[in-house]
Design a protein around this ligand. Structure first.
Ligand code: AMP
Length: 215
């Protein structure tokens, strides 16, 4: 199963990808998580990405595409993957297409998570993220079982700097300017599937599972 999860920040891509990947034993490849891990490890890649992330802007395509190509070449991605937060530009979608073609592993579908703006802002300002494993929580809909600690790994959960209101606005603008067009790219290839992601986690999960079974 090779899927792309597309949609604005806060649409629930990470939460659903986390669940499906755990159930099916395939990796969730989140470019945001890869950048945060690189930053925590103090690598050149992490430092390069930091300035863009802090401003709520996209990291340049060349940097992101190289990182994803490397990640897809790892053994655990051979049986499938969910790309969460990539591609975010048409150029990235083209680069992904080229890599997957070379590997002989075409995409099954691109799932577009559709949610209106006011709901995205509400969710992002309530989001908590595990510093250690990247698991995502929400103070309303999905709080961690023990306050401040990740259910999965016991790491510290925190509010990402870029989930603060000023940066959220900038990220949503970037989405409209650069990422929204990616849905047209996949629609043109007959791969786009839209999901009404404004509903509860459980309802979205049911629709997604149905869609994955019959893409
Ligand atoms: P995310 O965790 O998906 O919300 O990503 C956090 C930040 O990482 C974004 O606001 C961008 O600065 C950067 N980023 C993540 N994925 C990409 C991508 N595919 N292209 C460019 N920048 C990205």
């Amino acid at each position: 199963m090779r899927l792309v999860f597309l949609g604005p920040p806060g649409a629930g891509k990470g939460t659903q990808a986390q669940r499906i990947c755990a159930e099916r034993g395939i990796p969730q490849i989140s470019t945001g998580d890869l950048f945060r891990a690189a930053l925590a490890a103090g690598t050149k890649l992490g430092l390069e990405a930091k300035a863009f992330m802090d401003r709520g802007e996209l990291v340049p395509d060349g940097v992101v595409c190289g990182m994803v190509a490397e990640r897809l070449a790892k053994q655990d991605a051979a049986s499938g993957f969910i790309l969460d937060g990539f591609p975010r530009t048409v150029a990235q979608a083209d680069a992904l297409d080229a890599v997957l073609q070379k590997m002989g592993q075409p995409l099954l579908a691109c799932v577009d998570f559709v949610v209106e703006r006011s709901e995205l802002i509400r969710r992002l300002t309530r989001r908590l993220t595990c510093r250690k494993c990247g698991a995502v929580y929400n103070t309303d809909a999905l709080p961690p079982k023990a306050a401040g600690l990740c259910d999965r790994c016991g790491g510290e959960v925190y509010v990402r700097d870029d989930d603060r209101p000023e940066t959220v606005e900038r990220r949503l603008k970037e989405y409209d300017a650069k990422t929204a067009a990616v849905s047209g790219y996949y629609a043109g290839r007959g791969l786009l599937r839209q999901v009404n992601a404004a509903r509860s986690l459980a309802d979205v999960a049911v629709e997604l599972d149905r869609l994955i079974a019959r893409p």
